[in-house]
Write a protein that binds this ligand. Structure first.
Ligand code: AMP
Length: 274
């Protein structure tokens, strides 16, 4: 596996290689990331080039968020990438990604409004900007993204369509722990007691979806879920049924049930088809 840390090295490494499939990450890799690598590999085959990027993107963190304490474990991540058959690890430093004087960001309206966009005001601008740069830097034909970050996936798809970027976005299903908690690099912040309770979030979401399917009015099903989560010690930022692409709130299924909740100082995100 080649490793590139700046653009000249990346371009050199890419010279003469086959079509690129890209998996953008912030590192602290877990099986969810590896499932994206496997899906990306299937898209380009053995003749293609599988690239994983690891970049903790300062532009997508707000003041007071966890940028400085976000888990960084380069050696372990590189070992996992080698094991997963990655051809090239793209590990730009902040200076390589954002040279001094940079003045351009990408603002995607529509799907970035509300929910995570409201809770983290400049977050999606940072995500869109870094992903556009990663697509252009690597010349990726296909890029894999997790459904775990549903709103992010819709923002990226909208950007790719609006800017005619020559990359196909490959959505990949959410990988979960045995108790149903969606895998996330931030789960390691949960202390054992909070970790023990965390799966109540997907549990309440699934119960609400089943209740709606049985005919319970959506407002009542969501109110029950919200009350249950509050009683279990979650501080809910939102639990909402939305139209899957626009993220506009819906009165009734079918749609996507999206949630963000804080538990023991950790912000958990989840979403499911509803
Ligand atoms: P991150 O490193 O958290 O920025 O995530 C990098 C990519 O992995 C994003 O496309 C995420 O949506 C995806 N991802 C994160 N967690 C999971 C998961 N549990 N299952 C599938 N994909 C995931």
């Amino acid at each position: 596996m080649r490793i590139a840390r700046d653009l000249p090295n990346l371009r050199h490494a890419l010279d003469g290689l086959g079509p690129v499939a890209l998996v953008p990450t912030m590192g602290a890799l877990h099986p969810g990331h590896l499932s994206l690598l496997a899906a990306a590999r299937r898209e380009v085959g053995e003749a293609g080039t599988l690239i994983a990027s690891i970049f903790v993107n300062p532009l997508q963190f707000g003041p007071g968020e966890d940028f400085s304490r976000y888990p960084r474990q380069e050696e372990a991540d590189l070992a996992m990438l080698r094991e997963a058959g990655c051809d090239l690890a793209w590990l730009p430093g902040v200076e390589a990604m954002y040279p001094p004087g940079r003045a351009t960001t990408i603002q995607v309206d529509g799907p970035s409004e509300g929910w995570e966009g409201a809770a983290r005001p400049r977050h999606f601008r940072g995500v869109a900007t870094v992903c556009a740069k990663l697509f252009l830097q690597t010349g990726a034909r296909v890029a894999a993204f997790g459904e775990k970050d549903w709103q992010q996936l819709q923002v990226i798809r909208r950007m790719v369509r609006d800017l005619d970027l020559p990359v196909r976005i490959l959505p990949c299903p959410t990988l979960r722990e045995a108790d149903g908690l969606a895998m996330s690099s931030r789960n390691r912040y949960l202390d054992p007691e909070a970790r023990g309770r965390a799966a109540a979030l997907p549990g309440a979401m699934r119960a609400a979806i089943e209740a709606m399917a049985r005919g319970t009015p959506p407002a009542a099903a969501l109110a029950t879920a919200r009350a249950g989560l509050a009683a279990a010690g979650f501080a809910l930022d939102y639990l909402a049924l939305v139209e899957p692409e626009s993220l506009r709130e819906l009165e009734a299924p079918p749609g996507r049930l999206i949630a963000a909740a804080r538990l023991g100082g950790v912000r958990l995100l989840d979403n499911m088809a509803a």
